[in-house]
Design a protein around this ligand. Structure first.
Ligand SMILES: [Zn+2]
Length: 460
């Protein structure tokens, strides 16, 4: 099988993407509208502890040969082989461990592992009998590891730590360490309920500590308040009067609507959205204030209300010409072209503003692919139809795509050649068609006539 990474299998349709959902920092605790009491008279360890490994189907009852070795618990940092859901052993690193009670009321440990061959969204809690103890490489020295750059750190993170190490900026160093800490965090919420969907989460999200032992959270799909128990949600739904996101509806076409939410006017909603989004977005963990952002929430609407399918966020003012900060299509709605729609929408806003835009970096792998696809389709469509010369600047004016992104895209497609001392775009129709085909089609078009919007202006 090799190192198959799921879920993304059709890269062109990658919907989830780039920079992180920076959850709100402020200590002002967002309403998660738990309307009252919160007893926990059921044992979470049994419910949720075991729930996190439920797809490993009934592996727990019989002690395996491995467990009988009665070895000391594995240390965090240990590298070992682990049996995955494909039944094969894959290398993992132990990120965290916790005590659990076995059904026979014996103390045991579970290990939170990262499969080094796979995306972090597949990190999970496993039991000792899934681990091949003969393969233990010995506990790594975490401290050395951190200095040298943990295997799991991105190049960016590693560089940051290296640089700060050299320059001795203590505050930056602390920030980098915090980033590293975040990066190795254990997934805290396993599933959420949102509207008609129960969704398995992908990553850690910094919910307030009292939610960390929940395993499952219940979201109001309209105001995004979240609760620990289903009954709380049911009570909430009786009195929640929202049937769509707060803010202004700025686009409606068929059953699709887009709402613009000002993070300053709807702070709690913005924070809740960030908490929710972080469950499906990895990497980068800078904390922004939601006040500084606008959120564009895309909904499928029916007679029950407007159901969020995805969103992107955008800084109200960006020095760097960013026109998009975070973008996410919720898992049940992925692979339907919504990611492409959101990207296209962000450029339509830039066109209305009369500005060029670019997504905030770093782009995730999925984000990179989605954007490349979008840029390729838009630029090559123009080149195909255009007669005569056209410059990069003109392309940028027509599309609101930043010139660097245009150059990067055309260079990657080898459509730029150096002739007689200058760069020229080669637009052989056959070659363009081939690239266009490879970039994929489909997706939903943004009907610009249906966008009723004026750019954000700071109000005093
Ligand atoms: Zn609500």
């Amino acid at each position: 099988m090799g190192s198959t990474e799921e879920p993304p299998t059709t890269p062109m349709d990658a919907d989830a993407s780039p920079p992180p959902a920076p959850p709100a920092t402020s200590n002002s605790s967002p309403h998660h509208a738990a309307d009252e009491d919160d007893d926990q008279n059921h044992n979470h360890m049994d419910d949720d502890g075991y729930a996190t490994v439920r797809h490993q189907a009934a592996i727990d009852e019989q002690p395996s040969g491995n467990q009988q070795h009665a070895v000391a618990p594995l240390e965090v940092g240990t590298s070992v082989l682990c049996r995955w859901r494909d039944g094969k052993y894959h290398p993992v690193k132990v990120i965290e461990r916790r005590k659990v009670m076995t059904p026979s009321r014996r103390i045991d440990y579970e290990y939170y592992v990262h499969y080094t061959e796979f995306n972090r969204r597949l990190d999970e809690w496993v039991r000792l009998d899934q681990l091949d103890l003969d393969s233990v490489e010995g506990a790594l020295d975490e401290k050395v590891d951190e200095k040298g750059g943990n295997l799991k750190m991105t190049r960016h993170q590693k560089r940051k730590i290296d640089e700060t190490h050299v320059e001795g900026h203590e505050e930056l160093d602390a920030a980098s360490l915090r980033e590293h800490e975040e990066f190795t965090k254990v997934k805290n919420i396993a599933t959420i309920e949102l509207g008609r969907y129960e969704i398995e989460t992908w990553y850690f999200s910094p919910f307030p500590p009292e939610y960390n032992d929940c395993g499952k959270l219940f979201f109001c799909e309209f105001c995004l308040n979240f609760m620990k128990r289903k009954e709380q949600l049911q009570r909430h739904m009786k009195k929640c009067d929202l049937k769509h996101p707060p803010g202004d509806e700025i686009y409606r076409s068929g059953t699709l609507s887009m709402f613009e939410i000002d993070g300053k006017k709807n702070k709690v909603y913005g924070q809740n959205l960030c908490y929710l989004a972080k469950l499906f977005l990895d990497h980068k963990t800078l904390y922004y204030d939601v006040d500084l952002f606008l959120f564009y929430v895309l909904c499928e609407c029916d007679d029950r209300g407007c159901h969020m399918v995805g969103y992107f966020s955008k800084e109200k003012q960006s020095e760097e010409a960013y026109n998009l900060a975070c973008i996410l299509t919720l898992p049940p709605y992925q692979r339907k072209g919504y990611g492409k729609f959101l990207i296209a929408f962000s450029y339509e806003l830039s066109k209305k503003e009369g500005k060029v835009g670019t997504p905030e970096r770093p782009l995730s792998d999925l984000g990179q692919v989605s954007y490349r696809g979008y840029w390729t389709r838009v630029l090559l469509d123009i080149l195909k139809r255009h007669k005569g010369n056209i410059s990069i600047k003109e392309l940028s004016d027509m599309t609101a795509i930043k010139t660097e992104d245009i150059l990067g895209t055309l260079q990657a497609l080898e459509l730029i050649q150096y002739r007689k001392g200058q760069h020229v775009i080669c637009a052989d129709p056959k070659v363009l068609d081939r690239h266009l085909k490879a970039a994929g089609r489909g997706g939903l078009d943004v009907d610009v006539a249906k966008l009723i919007w004026t750019p954000y202006k700071e109000q005093n």
